[in-house]
Design a protein around this ligand. Sequence first.
Ligand code: FUL
Length: 491
Amino acid sequence: MTRRSLILSAPLAIPGFSLASPQTPPAPYGALPSDSQVRWSQLEFYNFLHFTVNTFTDREWGNGDEDPSIFNPSAFDADAICEVLKAAGSRGVILTCKHHDGFCLWPTKTTDHCIRFSPYRNGKGDIVKELSEAAQRQGLKFGVYLSPWDRNQATYGTPRYIEVYRQQLRELLTGYGELFEIWHDGANGGSGYYGGAKETRKIDKAHYYDWANTWALERQLQPTAVRFSDVGPDVRWVGNEKGIASETCWQTFTPVSQSGGSAVPGDVIERESNSGTRDGKYWMPAECDVSIRPGWFWHAAENAKVKTPRELFDLYCISAGRGASFLLNVPPDRRGLINEVDAQSLRGFGKLMSAAFAVNLAKTAEVKASNVRGKNLAYAAHNLVDGNRESYWATDDGITTPEVTLTFALPVSFNLICVRENIRLGQRIDAFELDCWDHGQWTRFAGATSIGSCRILRLPERIHTDRIRLRVTAAAACPALSELSVFDAPA
Ligand code: FUL
């Protein structure tokens, strides 16, 4: 280390505070996230791509009897797709490698109902490879969706199919680099082609898939990927396909089936998935999957029904802004490109996001807390405005309702507040209130319950003030807050 960097890194001396005091960090509270879950929480916005034979048959659920030759995108361009997603601010992409129709977008050895029998690149194509490589080039994480329900497979419903499903997973999990998420759909509709049997097959959701062993296999093959399903084990479904997390949305969850027993994919109480469980048994944050169009697949008839940038921004605030993630589906069209209408909306959304979060006004404020753990600079209130999610403000044990004040040299105008807990120490805060200094007194302007990795509060009107106060009004353990940011988003 040079002398110059030594000087620069020397701690500031603040009267009454010490750097040296041997203050231990707060003891973690409740269920805790794994490192992969912490990394996943920082993604907040990423995309789904629903693309398969349905794109060409104009259906939402293919029966499994499609001729593979119908899958023939005329201008598939994985880089162009990723560029559009990137411009929207996306951090990852999950591809439907196989939807319920059973058609595989990669040259699997497990079935002929796949891209090997499609004219696309003369049967030598591999959409999973092209997309995973383009994602990597553009700094997007890559994930896979592999439908458990397979309406093409003759063996569906027998133990043999579980071997096929696991073999397909092995191919996907070993052939396409590091994955960030593996997606398990809970849908199991019944009827299908099933190798020509053309019948309805019902499976026992609780036992047929033997999920415990499939998830163990996935952990072994992709140790850092999060596994999504109605019941996690790492990320849970939010209980609706509208992109909306509950106003109170805990990142911990104890899944229960509709009959009160152990929950499995396809059998959960959706209302509870939406809010999570305070003090739940597992760290299992919610993911909000929603399509930019009415359907999951591209249909020409829906080109005029694409959500606007404003609608996408609203959804972001009530998904990612409630401690869940925003998984926005954008289906490629028959060319294999993001349709111009969707692309335009995504670009508009990206611009809105950049404008809204461009300047964190809190960075210019003087920050003072009613209590700082051990009066130790390591836990100082200034950590709230340093833009670093790892540093945090914490209080002494037993101090569960502290407050912190931001004082500005000149009054600021704002309409959006973002708060984050240090989730490595668990979900500790139950409720908080926000006040502003108004005509010589504190006036409450907002408040909320669960925080977790992110809570966004949007205000109906801009507030103009030189002081903002956050009061923790209920917490299960001394708070550990990592960020308090203040923004003036475009109206
Ligand atoms: C559902 C499926 O049935 C839809 O087709 C879509 O894939 C959606 C994300 O999940 O359960």
